[in-house]
Design a protein around this ligand. Sequence first.
Ligand code: 5AD
Length: 441
Amino acid sequence: MNERDSEAVAAMLRARGYRIVHDEDECDILLLNTCSIRDLAEQKAIGKAGHLAARKRRQPEFVLGLLGCMAQNRGAALLDQLPDLDLIVGTQKFHRVPGYLDNLRAARAAGVPVGATIVDVAEEADSQNSIRDHVLADRQVTAFVSIQQGCNMDCTFCIVPKTRGDERSRPMDDIVAECRTLAQNGVREITLLGQIVTSYGRRDYAHAGGTTPFVQLLERLHEIDGLARLRFTSPHPRGFKQDLIAAYGRLPKLCPCVHLPLQSGSNRILRAMNRPYSRERYLELVAALRAVRPDMTFSTDIIVGFPDESEDDFAQTRELFAAVNYDMAYIFKYSVRSGTPAATLPGQVPEGIKEERNQVLLRMLEANSRRRNHALVGTVQEVLVEGPDRKGLRYMGRTPGNRTVHFAAEPRLIGELAPVHIARATTAALYGDLVPAGVES
Ligand code: 5AD
């Protein structure tokens, strides 16, 4: 989400004549987009910004801005720690950044003393519609498209409703047009983004014949010529109604991998988190999705050490974690976010226990990943060729289940769906060879 927001800001700046440089030491303006989801993310941003502020003292014309969730969460109070910031811009004001920078530069050029830091963290109706423009690299194959901002769920651990505001969806026609343009520019795979994508458009569009607006959107995107794959993140387990489950059976471009945030496998903790489903319902959902697509893979988010999480609660998380056999999981130690209901709950779990539980799940995940990857050795996987890999030694692409594959290829194959024979696996990646045309069985 943050990457996408940053890209949209970069696109707006570029349209105004600013040039995006890739080396931090070469820039005249540096904007840090920030995350507040856990304390560690905030501490990292403060550390980075503090380091950059030193450069500002050496080079007074250097402009330093802090954008996004942390700006929204802390506003002008950030100046206590970071007095050198020129710009503090919240999550509903990304599109104001070019204007603020123009003003700042014009004032400096005219020799007008620039006074206080610009702080803009107000709400703005329809700001979700401004995350729209892209900075496509040459021959870019995959892209993110933001369909919604904000969240109305009120999970007790989470800062997002405060940093991202109420749930607001973009018009369906705008999203379809954006995706069509991306496809015309060579993009083959789109990942739809939102805090709770399954709630997309629920206040703006009627259900059509039992079909939710989110599934209506998937159906329309599915028809776009050139698009080969559709993904989305994050849904809410509650949002998986029959229509979405069935969509996996009839929309072949919908990749058979679902990110399904679990958070905890204990019903008692789920209730305390204000997550409106049970472990039983979650397992039913997984079974229903696997019934429609037997090759379905799952990833998840888990929080360990939520207040009052007992050994028994954690044992239930562990059991469910093993039962679902996740391909990928993001495991987090509960982080107190001030202003959220869980922050003041009794029974805060000691850091050492959080760490232990974190390690237990990480070890299970690693064993799963290794087993899964090794099971693919000897098979042929359909890979969407993205381009040279990071080391530049081979090409890389991903399977429908989102596993990264490295293989030798040629530039003409970028953007193609190619069969790759998997020869070797590590925990993190697969290695293989393109199957020459005509040889595929
Ligand atoms: N502490 C730890 N993890 C959190 N998440 C959200 N809030 C917190 C918190 N206070 C995790 C959840 C969510 C993911 C994006 O971040 O698992 O799904």
